[in-house]
Design a protein around this ligand. Structure first.
Ligand SMILES: [Zn+2]
Ligand SMILES: [Zn+2]
Length: 360
């Protein structure tokens, strides 16, 4: 076992250095992983460019970013060892949101709202390094037929599962996903697998909308590009046409766009479920048409993180209900992370999910 490892250490906006740092030691309730893959998430880009503050005590670095990680167990703390939960060589995916399981809100079961949570790559060192420490309660064994590549995408998928559960899809439902990114494409697949009859995928870039088609969307709509074959100038009118004036049964918004969130209210019908997902700006406000929402008995909900949805997400991959492999378009060596972040931000080469591979 070496003493030091390579890690990308983030200090302040646009300052991240590849360094040799000590391999962390584990406490009794922790496990040391050799990181296999760590996905670049939109939030990593926001931290890197200073659009979001870290959740460290100071809100700043130094910190190793990266929260979409999986790896091989190399060392097991006393508690998981005694419980027989993990052993060196195990393939695991880490839920980066490491809740305490002991505060009042955790004890009520709403662990995503834990008052003491640590988040790998956000408040504690994450996966853009050769090794990473996780609390044993945050680890999930990767099913045998699921690759590390797929397992690295469990975190966004588990978030998508939680939101789609809130959509309460009924057989034959007309569902709409507004926001054509990786999570949107995952949601399309989950909604299909949940029994929806029609799934409309709405976005602003055709290459991402094509992905929705392969993910099972029955209709794709481009609301921005008038040269697109999928262009619609009036989303509400189009959804009205597609549903014979009934509008959608369920809508989810995997985007931080307030416009998309307000569109969701416009295109949803009687007894519909609207689920807001994706982080808007600090001061964002959604305007809700009050009377129509009440007399159509709508349910407006918000979705945050992935409480208790990791087993479902891993199962969905293992059973082939959700294909995440096609969403992985780029693989980036650890030393090229800064360039990788810039490329993902610029959506270079039609990038969808880029996975960083520490350890060469
Ligand atoms: Zn993420
Ligand atoms: Zn807690």
């Amino acid at each position: 076992m070496p003493e030091t490892m390579k890690a990308q250490v983030f200090y302040e906006p646009e300052k991240m250095e590849m360094e040799d740092i000590e391999i962390p030691r584990i406490a009794d309730d922790e496990v040391l992983l050799k990181v296999k893959h760590c996905g670049i998430c939109g939030s990593d880009i926001a931290y890197y460019y200073g659009d979001s503050s870290l959740e460290t005590e100071t809100g700043k670095g130094p910190l190793v970013l990266g929260h979409e990680l999986c790896g091989e167990v190399v060392e097991v703390g006393a508690i998981p060892k005694r419980l027989g939960l993990f052993a060196p060589g195990d393939r695991v995916a880490a839920d980066p949101v490491q809740y305490c399981n002991a505060c009042e809100i955790c004890k009520r079961g709403y662990v995503n709202l834990c008052e003491n949570k640590a988040v790998l790559g956000v408040s504690h060192n994450g996966g853009f390094a050769d090794y990473c420490v996780s609390q044993y309660t945050g680890l999930h064994q990767i099913p045998e037929n699921v690759s590390y590549e797929e397992a690295a995408m469990t975190e966004p998928l588990a978030d998508a599962v939680y939101a789609v559960q809130k959509m309460a899809i009924q057989p034959g439902d007309f569902a709409v996903v507004i926001g054509a990114g990786v999570i949107g494409a995952m949601m399309v697949q989950l909604i299909k697998a949940s029994g929806a009859g029609e799934v409309v995928f709405v976005g602003t870039r055709d290459y991402r909308l094509e992905l929705g088609k392969t993910s099972g969307a029955t209709v794709v709509l481009n609301t921005a590009d008038s040269n697109s074959p999928y262009y619609t100038a009036d989303l509400k009118e189009t959804v009205a046409d597609l549903t014979g004036g009934k509008f959608a049964d369920a809508v989810v918004t995997p985007t931080g766009s307030v416009e998309a969130m307000e569109d969701a209210l416009e295109i949803s019908g009687r007894r519909s479920r609207i689920v807001y997902f994706g982080l808007p700006a600090d001061d964002a406000v959604i305007r809700v048409p009050a009377l129509n929402s009440i007399i159509w008995d709508k349910a407006i909900q918000f979705s945050w993180l992935a409480p208790h949805t990791w087993p479902t997400a891993l199962n969905a991959i293992a059973t082939g209900l959700v294909d995440v492999t096609s969403l992985h378009t780029h693989t980036i060596p650890l030393e090229d992370l800064v360039q990788g972040i810039a490329d993902v931000k610029a959506r270079k080469d039609n990038v969808l999910k880029a996975l960083v591979t520490p350890g060469g």
